[in-house]
Design a protein around this ligand. Structure first.
Ligand SMILES: NC(=O)c1ccc[n+]([C@@H]2O[C@H](COP(=O)([O-])OP(=O)(O)OC[C@H]3O[C@@H](n4cnc5c(N)ncnc54)[C@H](O)[C@@H]3O)[C@@H](O)[C@H]2O)c1
Length: 333
């Protein structure tokens, strides 16, 4: 039995509680939320002791691993208290609100020698995993372009960060993850239409070290939820629908054939077959928690490291800066 605790049981934290409670080899020993009533409601429904002060939870319960799902601006303060007690921690994305705060979390975890994982949940979407596998097999040949669409209505709860740090951070991480290449330059135009203090609209351009380019179409202003990724390359285009966990391949008929090796010259593009790959569906948060607990038990390395979280956050901050200053930003290694 691995004994877990969840700190922060708002929109995301309550999912952590539910999914842990569904695991047969996990015991939910406690939940904490500054809103004591929210913690009690979770405890009544899923078990574990309820606390309004998470420090008391950490001090009073026997705990093997902790999820932190408090607002992004509070990640550092809570993470420091968890890490100071030598406990492995899964921190919701983004790692923190600022790069120095993210660095402080990583440094604290390294000093204490504890497992630190960041909850970049899209990496655990089965369609994204399948896409990465197909790309790794060379099925697309050279990748030319990655286009991310993440649009939807405004979530009144997010006050401390704008849409770039809250949402674009997912896509920046996924671009790094599926391509295996780093983003070296970003340029963005941003807008603020509903949010009181931050951007809620971004159209961004990225360039990756492998020569491919990408776009970000992300907002909190579209009255329907869109979560899609398009990856275009020599042999066609993949399309991921994160919401349905579907992966489609649109073949470039001009280069169809049985051999997957990279072409010397792309001779053209024409419409070919459309293939819907069979993807076994799974709740991404379940896969994320299983990966975290495997790392906690020493059975597997950490899949999304603090450094991954920091890189995604640094990219998101560069996108924000670009939007404010209307200039491209070159990323340092
Ligand atoms: N992975 C995802 O797809 C995803 C989705 C939503 C949110 N998130 C992340 O999860 C985190 C929380 O977001 P949310 O939407 O659940 O926010 P939320 O406001 O719905 O919930 C946050 C909860 O934390 C509690 N809280 C605040 N400060 C606290 C403290 N110091 N100690 C204990 N409890 C405290 C609040 O009372 C609230 O219940 C954010 O970092 C966000 O980026 C991730």
């Amino acid at each position: 039995m691995t004994r877990v605790a969840v700190i922060g049981v708002g929109a995301m934290g309550r999912n952590h509680v539910r999914v842990y409670s569904e695991m047969s080899d996990v015991e939910l020993v406690g939940v904490a939320d500054a809103d004591g009533k929210a913690a009690e409601a979770m405890s009544r429904r899923f078990g574990g002791q309820a606390y309004s002060d998470y420090r008391r939870l950490l001090d009073e319960q026997p705990i093997d691993a902790v999820t932190i799902a408090v607002p992004t601006g509070d990640h550092l303060a809570v993470a420091e208290d968890v890490i100071a007690r030598g406990l492995p921690v899964l921190i919701e994305k983004p790692i923190a609100a600022t790069v120095p705060e993210g660095q402080a979390i990583i440094a604290a975890a390294e000093r204490a020698g504890v497992v630190l994982m960041i909850g970049h949940i899209e990496r655990f979407n089965p369609a994204v995993i399948a896409l990465k596998d197909h790309l790794a097999q060379g099925e697309l040949g050279r990748v030319f372009q990655i286009d991310a669409h993440r649009q939807g209505p405004f979530p009144a709860r997010v006050k401390d960060v704008g849409v770039v740090v809250d949402l674009a951070v997912h896509d920046l991480d996924v671009m790094r993850y599926v391509s295996g290449s780093e983003i070296v330059r970003v340029y963005a135009e941003t807008g603020q239409r509903v949010h009181s203090t931050r951007e809620d609209l971004v159209t961004g351009l990225v360039r990756l070290r492998d020569g491919s380019i990408g776009t970000l179409t992300i907002n909190w202003l579209t009255p329907t939820k869109i979560r899609e990724l398009y990856v275009t390359g020599e042999r066609g285009m993949f399309r991921v629908d994160y919401l349905t966990q579907d992966l489609y391949f649109f073949e470039n008929a001009t280069v169809s054939g049985s051999e997957w090796q990279t072409l010397q010259v792309l001779r053209g593009v024409s419409e070919g077959r459309m293939i819907r790959h069979v993807v076994a569906k799974k709740e991404p948060l379940r896969a994320e928690q299983e990966a975290f607990l495997a790392a906690v038990r020493g059975e597997a390395p950490v899949t999304v490291t603090g450094l991954d979280g920091l890189k995604a956050l640094a990219l998101a901050q560069a996108v924000v800066t670009s939007g404010l200053e209307h200039r491209p930003i070159v990323l340092e290694d």
